[in-house]
Ligand binder design. Structure first.
Ligand SMILES: Cc1ncc(COP(=O)(O)O)c(C=O)c1O
Length: 374
């Protein structure tokens, strides 16, 4: 299937500050690039008040005027998303499955007592920031423009009640992949990322702040990431801090089933679809960590990998314990992981056919249009 038709430019709906042209023109992408460190010189903002969304604005990047009492600072009423615009294969930049991010953002917003974002407003933000950033979207395979939509509470009162005013923003970062395999992960047997009834299955900023400590402890012991287990029995694998988890057992793909505490990743869903398309057996199930470690030692589990927008797919080289025991994977470079990564990235970058019509081509933004502020 060919990529979806070029999306209409959002120009008639948004205000574009003419200064974005100068800001974009002066911008230089640094080397080494890294992930999320270099920020694109534009920001998209839209405010919500009196029960409705105002017009989106594309502005030069700069500090926000935030009231010290804004509820986001006190009650963490903030949710976000992460997706990428690729500009490698095709003549235009392409977004990957942005509708899924929109739907997930609105599930996160509902969980946090925040207003839903209209689809057009969400897409306008992504399309305007991507189109304006086009000259500095990296063209090398594996690199992209990482897009970060976020929605946060701005009402300046200290009562612990939901805010009545909010801001939606999109910032972006020309980036490399977050990491490449093989990853070293450590089983987190005491801490918990998420509990049933909590916020583990939505993209709420508090989830990430709460995971920082375990990630720092893992890093002190030489690991890249903690491998989170369920919070009740500390027995079943959930995910990594910003990635979903897969293992290859007896030649089939296994991943923890979505149980209400795991974030439903866009990449996870895409890997499952691609694996099924190539005839691989796929199991979404409860995965007992000790059983899996035993299967690694016996050779039944040959590889494991992590996936997510930031890393794409990264093989896992070993699973360790805080007591020093290490369980290396028989196939640390992960042949299945490598193949699925290539397949997925080929589609994302417009180098390979897109059988599911996942990619969304971004039209140019005409910043000279006379009605840009009208
Ligand atoms: C906790 C968590 N799990 C998994 C993922 C992977 O999700 P996606 O593939 O949509 O990036 C992410 C990244 O958003 C995440 O933060």
């Amino acid at each position: 299937m060919i990529p979806s038709a070029m999306s209409a430019t959002p120009q008639s709906r948004i205000e574009i500050d003419p200064a974005v042209v100068t800001a974009a023109g002066d911008f230089v992408v640094p080397e080494p690039l890294g992930f999320g460190r270099c920020l694109a010189p534009v920001v998209f903002l839209a405010d919500y008040q009196d029960g409705q969304w105002g017009r989106g604005r594309l502005l030069p990047y700069g500090p926000l005027g935030l009231d010290p009492a804004a509820k986001v600072l006190h009650y963490a009423q903030v949710v976000f998303e992460g997706l990428k615009a690729y500009h490698v294969g095709g003549s235009r930049p392409m977004l990957f499955r942005p509708e899924m991010n929109w739907r997930r953002m609105n599930r996160s917003a509902a969980r946090m007592m925040m207003p839903a974002l209209p689809r057009d407003l969400f897409m306008d933000g992504l399309l305007a920031v991507t189109a304006c950033s086009e000259p500095y979207i990296p063209r090398a395979s594996g690199r992209s423009l990482y897009l970060r939509p976020a929605l946060f509470a701005t009402q300046p009162t200290l009562d612990p009640a939901p805010s009545t005013t909010f801001t939606f923003m999109v910032v972006a970062s020309p980036s490399e992949a977050l990491a490449s395999g093989p990853l070293r992960v450590v089983v987190e047997r005491t801490g918990a990322r998420a509990v049933a009834g909590g916020t583990g299955d939505v993209k709420v900023s508090g989830n990430y702040g709460a995971a920082l400590h375990a990630t720092a402890v893992a890093a002190q012991s030489g690991f890249d990431q903690p491998l989170w287990l369920d919070a009740i029995s500390h027995r079943y694998i959930e995910e990594l801090s910003v990635m979903n988890f897969f293992a290859v057992v007896d030649g089939a793909l296994h991943t923890p089933e979505l149980n209400g505490t795991i974030l439903p990743g866009v990449t996870r869903d895409s890997i499952l679809a691609l694996a099924r398309l190539e005839g691989l057996r796929v199991h979404e199930r409860l995965m007992d960590v000790d059983e899996l470690l035993q299967m690694i030692r016996s050779g039944r589990c040959t590889e494991a990998f992590a996936c997510g927008t930031a890393i794409i797919v990264g093989s896992i080289g070993l699973i360790g314990e805080h007591d020093g025991r290490l369980c290396p994977l028989p196939e640390p470079e992960g042949p299945h992981a490598g193949r699925l990564r290539e397949r997925l990235l080929g589609i994302q970058e417009g180098r390979e056919p897109d059988p599911f019509a996942w990619t969304h081509t971004v039209a140019p933004l005409d910043t000279s249009a006379p009605d840009r502020n009208g």
